[in-house]
Design a protein around this ligand. Structure first.
Ligand code: DO4
Ligand code: MG
Length: 288
């Protein structure tokens, strides 16, 4: 079950709506039943049952071609886990001289790496530009499965995330990580939230990254969610330790796809991330 935030493209209506995406490239406008935020759905004891109940009423159906998808995040902070795939650990150890042992240690340690990624209002929506820093020379997208957590720390859904990163800044000194990871347009989420998938099923999903330059593919990579070393609940539990999220949180689960060291993103490239059980998040690239 896919829920999204959207605006109407065709009408003079600037309001934000919540929709249930259906199989026939349409959506059911849940806002017509008074649902104007994701929160009541994500906070429900049984979100799937609630959405099914609301959508059972006679609500307007709109073609996806007539709407503009917004980032599927309301008031949740976005956080990110790192070095959760062996591939990420290896690439980061190569990019950095004196931080190499930190990556090695955190991969094996009981406590995972978790860092703040974005305020909700800064998250980039599908189709909007993600950013590469003007003071960085080596920029990559990080295609990641994102966990959608309610205020009780329960995983209620999943979406696609892009943890845009400046590898030269991170590689120069690990203390520069916040600058390599958090800047304008550095986080994209979308296209919608898939509700209620158990972890065992989500682990069967594949993640695919394509980067297009002037319409031509310049990088393709693929991994499986099953390659994530840690259990999702373990990551969620660490995020919620000694920290309250009254509006819930989004937690990116780390990248397992890293382009070769010779590759950096250019302005106007297009980043396309597909997670098999969710959908496609596509964004052009702009310098910020
Ligand atoms: O340790 C630096 C960041 C790691 C990360 O973002 C990832 O593995 O996805
Ligand atoms: Mg990452």
């Amino acid at each position: 079950m896919k829920i999204c935030r959207f605006k109407n493209k065709t009408k003079q209506d600037h309001a934000i709506h919540i929709g249930l995406v259906t199989e026939d490239s349409k959506l059911i406008d849940l806002s017509a039943a008074g649902i104007t935020y994701l929160t009541p759905l994500l906070e429900a004891e049984n979100p799937l049952a609630l959405v099914r109940h609301i959508a059972g009423a006679n609500l307007p159906r709109i073609a996806l071609s007539e709407i503009q998808l917004l980032a599927p995040v309301g008031r949740q902070e976005v956080w990110a886990a790192g070095v959760t795939y062996l591939r990420s650990k290896a690439a980061r150890m190569e990019e950095s001289d004196f931080s190499a042992s930190a990556y090695d240690k955190v991969y094996a340690a009981e406590r995972p790496e978790i860092f703040f990624k974005s305020l909700p209002q800064k998250v980039v929506a599908p189709g909007e530009a993600v950013g590469i820093r003007r003071d960085a020379k080596w920029n990559v997208p990080e295609p990641e499965l994102a966990l959608v957590l309610n205020s009780r720390g329960k995983i209620v859904g999943h979406t696609v995330g892009n943890d845009m990163s400046s590898r030269d800044i991170e590689g120069e000194n690990l203390l520069y990580l916040p600058q390599a990871k958090t800047y304008d347009r550095s986080c994209a989420l979308g296209p919608w939230i898939v509700l209620g998938t158990p972890e065992a099923q989500a682990r069967e999903w594949t993640i695919k990254l394509d980067i297009l330059r002037d319409g031509k593919n310049v990088f393709t990579g693929e991994t499986s969610v099953s390659q994530i070393k840690r259990r999702f609940e373990e990551l969620a539990e660490f995020l919620f330790r000694s920290q309250v999220f009254p509006h819930g949180a989004i937690l990116l689960t780390g990248t397992g796809i890293i382009p070769p060291d010779t590759f950096t993103l250019n302005e106007r490239d297009v980043v396309r991330i597909e997670i098999s059980g969710i959908g496609v998040l596509e964004n052009p690239v702009a310098v910020v």
